[in-house]
Structures are given as C-alpha cells and as structure tokens.
Design a binder for this molecule. Sequence first.
Ligand SMILES: Cc1cc2nc3c(=O)[nH]c(=O)nc-3n(C[C@H](O)[C@H](O)[C@H](O)COP(=O)(O)OP(=O)(O)OC[C@H]3O[C@@H](n4cnc5c(N)ncnc54)[C@H](O)[C@@H]3O)c2cc1C
Length: 304
Amino acid sequence: MLSKLCKDYIINLQTENVFFDEPMKNHTSFRIGGPADVFIEPESPEKFCELISFLKKESVPFFVMGAGSNLLVGDKGIRGVVIKTGKGFDSLKKEDNIITAGSGVTLVKLANFAASNSLSGLEFAGGIPGLVGGAIYMNAGAYGGEMKDVVVSTTYLDENGDIKELKDAEHKFVYRGSAFTDGQKYILSTKIKLKDAPEDEIKAVMKDLNARRREKQPLKYPSAGSTFKRPEGYFAAKLIEDAGLKGTFVGGAAVSKKHSGFVINQTGEATASDVCALIDKIKETVFKQFNVELCCEVKMVGEF
Ligand SMILES: Cc1cc2nc3c(=O)[nH]c(=O)nc-3n(C[C@H](O)[C@H](O)[C@H](O)COP(=O)(O)OP(=O)(O)OC[C@H]3O[C@@H](n4cnc5c(N)ncnc54)[C@H](O)[C@@H]3O)c2cc1C
C-alpha cells in the first residue's frame, strides 16, 4: 500500500499521465498483466529524475519500463510505482553521422529517421516494437544486427541519483543483455553512430526485413516476441517444433503455429499463469527430449 505522503506527492506532480490501479495489460504487447498500484509516464527526464529521487527517499518500490514489448506482468500486478520512459523522452536529433535519441523514441521511428537521413546501420531495428531504452537494456537485435554495433554512448541516472554516461565497451553488451541489466541504472538518452549510404538502398533493406518478419512471425496475436533466448548451438523454435509442441496451449496461451519460438496470447484473454504454465511445459519437454535448457528472454515482472 502506498503511504498518503506518496499519493499526495504523485497527485501534486500535476502530470496528466498518472493512473492508479492501472491494468498493465493496457501497457504490454502480450496484453496481459494485473494492476500496477500507480502507473506514471513522466513528461520530461527532469520530472523522471525528481520522481525517482522521491521514491528512493520514501523507500517506495518502483519499476522502469519502455513499450512493454518484452514483459510478462503477473496476474496480481505490480506493487509500487511503474514508470514508463515514453513520451517525455522522445527527443531525436542528428549531427553528422551521429543520432542522439531519447530513451522513449520507438525503434521504428529511429530506424526511419536514420534512413531518411541516409544513415545506415539501424536497418535491423526497423521492425522491433520497443523503445530505445528497452532496446539498449536488452541489446535488442535481429537479422545479424544488434544495438551494440551502433551505440557509442548512453546517458543514465545512476543508483545515487547522479546523471552519468557510459561509453563504448562500458556498455558491456552481451547477447540480450547489457550493463543496464542489473536494473539499477535508468537510461535517459543514447548516441548512435551510423554510416553514410543511399536512402533508397537503406529503405529497400528495411522493406525486405519487414516483409520477412510479417511472413515468419505471428504478428496478428499479442506476444512478447521470442519467448526464449537462443541456446548455444541450437534454435529455440526448432527444438520446440521438433518436440511436437507447435500449437500446444494452456488456457488462452499457445505455442504459435506460425513460429514455435513465440508463445502467443491466442484468445486475447490469456493470463500470466497460462503463459507461465506453458513455458514450464515447453522447458520440461525440450529438456527431456534434447537435454537442452531453455532460458526465458521475456522478463517476468510483478506478482504472479
Ligand atoms: C512481435 C515482437 C517482435 C520482437 N522482435 C524482436 C527482435 O527481433 N529482436 C529483439 O531483440 N527483440 C524483439 N522483441 C522483443 C522486444 O521488442 C525487445 O526486447 C525490445 O528491445 C524491448 O523494448 P521495450 O521498450 O518494449 O522494453 P520493455 O519490454 O518495456 O522492458 C524491457 C526491459 O528493459 C528495461 N527498461 C526499459 N526501458 C528502460 C530505461 N529507460 N531504463 C532502464 N531500463 C529500462 C525494463 O525494466 C525491462 O527489464 C520483439 C517483441 C515483439 C512483441
């Protein structure tokens, strides 16, 4: 339960985007998740930093998110405050071949902005449905490209409330992870270095990659993308298909028939418990048949 002091502070923020007992299914691509005690989308990085400093001082738990495209939120929701680094973080500018993007810019907008400025290197990101902050945290990647290939520096709020910068190798990018994965640093903006190339060539590559995505992925259904990380030496989707799990369902959640690497919210009414039970079933079956341990790429948040 939030204290009166905390509620009063949040109400006094006079930000339009404050919601109490907000269903998280409205803020995740899975369309799943119980209520967050409070959901806030701060209108500027300054307000965000002030808010975090207050919540830390008052020991109020909080969770920082982007577009919610890699999250499974529990059916009982999230206690404390959920903060989305969205609209207030959507600055975008270009200087020579460097783009500076706020953490709330969508990857689609960023990739299109790069293409329109004849800058190549972000073609891989043009179909990933996250925001810049979430993409750096996760080191999002596709079709041979990853954020690590283009990010040169990132400004963030550290655990002591100071604004700091990470450069190049300090990001510690690994497969679907980064220096931010400890969850104690909050990404504000990033600088991305790209190469000059003709706009029409960049756009042709993006068009092709998006067509491949539409052809292979179950984009008609809510999901959080690939449910599992790629196990070394294998492909999660192939293991799941070979284990005979394609189309398997628990409640409203199913292994996509189009792409076995995706657990989808097939009915639109799936619960987090359905998804968790299906994930357990997949992990158990794949381990029994192939002795390979699947690890979730999707982040579990809140109370299940
Ligand atoms: C249809 C579909 C296709 C997908 N395809 C791909 C793909 O090809 N490649 C790929 O890598 N991923 C893919 N994804 C997964 C997802 O889009 C990426 O992981 C994306 O980078 C997540 O960004 P987000 O803004 O949605 O982050 P969220 O899901 O909101 O959060 C992810 C993590 O980042 C943290 N975070 C977010 N913002 C910040 C911030 N400002 N500061 C600190 N921490 C933060 C959160 O705490 C959380 O732990 C796909 C998802 C879907 C639904």
